[in-house]
Design a protein around this ligand. Structure first.
Ligand SMILES: CC(C)(COP(=O)(O)OP(=O)(O)OC[C@H]1O[C@@H](n2cnc3c(N)ncnc32)[C@H](O)[C@@H]1OP(=O)(O)O)[C@@H](O)C(=O)NCCC(=O)NCCS
Length: 177
C-alpha cells in the first residue's frame, strides 16, 4: 500500500477483481453529471476493465481505489502536469452514491494530497468544480484548498454552459494547516 489509512478509509491500487463493483458504482448519472464527458456513461464492465488496466500500468501510481471498511467505494487520482507545470497536479475523485455523506471523499482527498506533496514532491494541487457542485466545493474547502477564482462559462455539460470554480493548494499552505 502506497498511501496510509485515515478514518477507516484507505487508498489502494485498483485490482482486476474490482471490475464488477467499480462498474456498478460508476454507472450513475448523478456521478456523470459532475465529471468530464470522457467518463463513460453508461459505465460497463468493459470500461472498468480498461480503466483498471491503464491504472495498473501507472508509474508513479496516481490513481487509487477508495476503500471504506474494506469496501470499494470510489476512485481518487492525480493528473500530473508536464513541462513548466510538472510540479503541479490536478485532483479528481468520485464516491458511489450508497456511500455519500460519510466523509469518505474528504478523507480520500486528504490522503491523496499528503501523498502528492510528500511522495511525489508536488508544489501545487488544483482542480475545477462545476458551479452547482456544492458538495465537492465543501470538500475542497474542508481540506484547505483556496477558492482561487471562477472561470466564467468555461464548461459545457449536458448542453448547458457552466462556470468552473477553481481551487488550489500549495505544499506550503498544506504544511501550515
Ligand atoms: C461530491 C462527492 C465526491 C462527495 O463525496 P462524499 O464522500 O459524500 O463527500 P463527504 O462526505 O466527504 O463530504 C461532503 C460534504 O458536502 C456537503 N454537502 C453534500 N451535499 C451538499 C449540498 N447539496 N450543498 C452543500 N453541501 C453539501 C456534506 O454535508 C459534506 O460536508 P460536511 O462534512 O461539512 O457536512 C460525491 O457526491 C460524488 O462522487 N459526486 C459525483 C462526482 C463528483 O462530483 N466528483 C467531484 C468532481 S469535482
Amino acid at each position: 500500500m502506497v498511501v496510509p489509512e485515515k478514518d477507516n478509509i484507505r487508498l489502494r491500487e485498483l485490482r482486476p477483481a474490482d471490475k464488477p463493483r467499480l462498474a456498478q458504482l460508476a454507472n450513475n448519472k448523478k456521478i456523470w453529471d459532475n465529471v468530464r464527458d470522457f467518463f463513460p456513461f453508461p459505465c460497463l464492465k468493459k470500461n472498468a476493465i480498461d480503466f483498471i488496466a491503464i491504472c495498473n500500468k501507472e508509474d508513479p501510481k496516481v490513481t487509487f481505489a477508495i476503500e471504506y471498511q474494506g469496501d470499494l467505494t470510489g476512485v481518487a487520482g492525480l493528473v500530473l502536469q508536464t513541462d513548466i507545470y510538472r510540479k503541479s497536479a490536478e485532483i479528481g475523485y468520485w464516491v458511489g452514491e450508497p456511500y455519500w455523506n460519510k466523509g469518505i471523499a474528504t478523507s480520500a482527498v486528504i490522503l491523496l494530497i499528503n501523498y502528492g506533496f510528500e511522495k511525489l514532491t508536488l508544489e501545487r494541487i488544483f482542480t475545477g468544480v462545476f458551479e452547482h457542485n456544492k458538495a465537492s466545493q465543501r470538500i475542497l474547502e474542508k481540506c484547505g484548498f483556496i477558492h482561487e477564482g471562477i472561470f466564467k462559462n468555461a464548461i459545457i455539460k449536458n448542453n448547458r454552459v457552466l462556470d468552473e470554480y477553481r481551487y488550489g493548494i500549495t505544499k506550503n499552505q498544506h504544511k501550515a494547516l
